[in-house]
Design a protein around this ligand. Structure first.
Ligand code: FAD
Ligand code: SF4
Length: 348
């Protein structure tokens, strides 16, 4: 029996990697910083996922159970890796709990950090209570409390969803597209209209990037749910004491527009994990110049980093959807097993 594989991070990517390794007969140790497995969809209380409209708990729950309940899996919660040394087939990890783990290789599945809208102050978050984020609306829905204005607890009659908050924005050093927020926003527009049929929903966009088959959600949101789309550049979000007011320019007709809303939702993007500098120094892996963990080889050895025996998968590598994160976790597990086969045999 070779040494276990260390999976760092228990979100969709880490759970998929761990499951694949377990199915292949490999012992797995999962180290998760939070007090639960499941990653962002569970820790941040997502409601229904795009594009399937499955509840996050229904989709991710079974992924957690099949790893946590497996006899060949050891899960360390509330733990991080503080030291990591050795070579493929023979690494040693020291955990924040003081325990040590001998392992043959590792997969970093440490995910992303939600953009903090405080870093876009001119768009009103943190100043006006009725300016919220997509994560907060997900939590309103998943908690069963319903979509309400934080200022007075009333259901909103007009909602604006602003796209690309913390993405595609050079002014604040975030040049990347976060890939999923257009689709999540179109889905959220549909959910708001279903719960509150009298509420008008406007999505402010630069471009719509509901890539591939996700385009279906874009069309359904307009045709079946009457969500309206405004191509605009937003200048600022202010308030008259009751309504929140979105000011900007309609870039199709090139005219200034000022529209009052009951609630404004920031479609927040995916930042690199704030731990990445530390992860980079502990594991000796390079970062992409935007701060995500760099993949060494996209085609030959899927998920390889610059350090042999250390792999990476999911949103740790850059903005990813859940299904792509799962695919990357599975692929990295397979890639690791095939590329390290001689080391694994030597360690038996
Ligand atoms: C508002 C919003 C809504 C979204 N909705 C959808 C959707 O509907 N459909 C969809 O496909 N995608 C959605 N996404 C994207 C989705 O969240 C990601 O695709 C997915 O979470 C990536 O999975 P992951 O396992 O790579 O990373 P994560 O989910 O971020 O999991 C990483 C895990 O690693 C742990 N961790 C972090 N650092 C450490 C460390 N140093 N040591 C140990 N553990 C660590 C974290 O606690 C976490 O459990 C959404 C994103 C946002 C921002
Ligand atoms: S997916 Fe859409 S909202 Fe998100 S960053 Fe890309 S273009 Fe902007």
């Amino acid at each position: 029996m070779s040494k276990p594989i260390l999976v760092v991070g228990g979100g969709p990517a880490g759970l998929a990697a761990a499951h694949s390794l377990l199915v292949a007969g490999q012992e797995v140790v999962v180290v998760e910083k939070a007090d639960r497995l499941g990653g962002a969809p569970i820790l941040s209380g997502y409601a229904k996922l795009a594009p399937t409209f499955e509840w996050a708990t229904d989709a991710i729950g079974p992924m957690v159970t099949r790893v946590a309940d497996h006899t060949n899996a050891t899960v360390h919660l509330n733990a991080t890796v503080t030291e990591f040394s050795g070579e493929p087939g023979n690494f040693k990890a020291t955990l924040s709990t003081g325990e040590t783990v001998d392992c043959a290789a590792t997969i970093l599945c440490t995910g992303f950090t939600h953009f903090d809208s405080i870093n876009k102050p001119e768009w009103g978050f943190g100043t006006f209570p009725d300016v919220v984020t997509t994560t907060q609306v997900e939590q309103m829905i998943s908690s069963g409390k319903g979509i309400r204005r934080p200022s007075n607890g009333e259901p909103p009659k007009r909602v604006a969803i602003l796209l690309c908050v913390g993405s595609r924005d050079r002014q604040i050093g975030r040049e990347w597209c976060s890939k999923i927020c257009c689709t999540v926003s179109a889905k959220m527009g549909m959910e708001i209209r279903e719960e509150l049929p009298d509420c008008h929903v406007y999505i402010y966009y630069m471009d719509i990037r509901t890539f591939g088959l996700y385009e279906e959600i874009y069309w359904r949101s307009q045709e079946e749910h009457k969500v309206k789309y405004i191509k605009a550049r937003i200048a600022e979000v202010t308030s008259d004491g009751d309504k929140v007011i979105v000011k900007g320019e309609d870039t199709l007709v090139k005219r200034p527009i000022t529209i009052p809303f009951d609630m404004v939702v920031h479609a927040i993007g995916m930042d690199p994990n704030t731990d990445n500098m530390l992860i980079s120094s502990i594991f000796g892996v390079d970062l992409h110049h935007w701060g995500f963990i760099k993949r060494e080889n996209s085609y030959g050895t899927v998920g390889a980093t610059n350090r042999p025996g250390v792999f990476v998968a999911g949103a740790a590598t850059g903005p990813e959807t859940i299904d792509d994160s799962i695919a990357q976790g599975t692929a990295a597990a397979m890639s690791l097993l095939t590329s390290l086969q001689p080391s694994l045999e030597a360690a038996e």
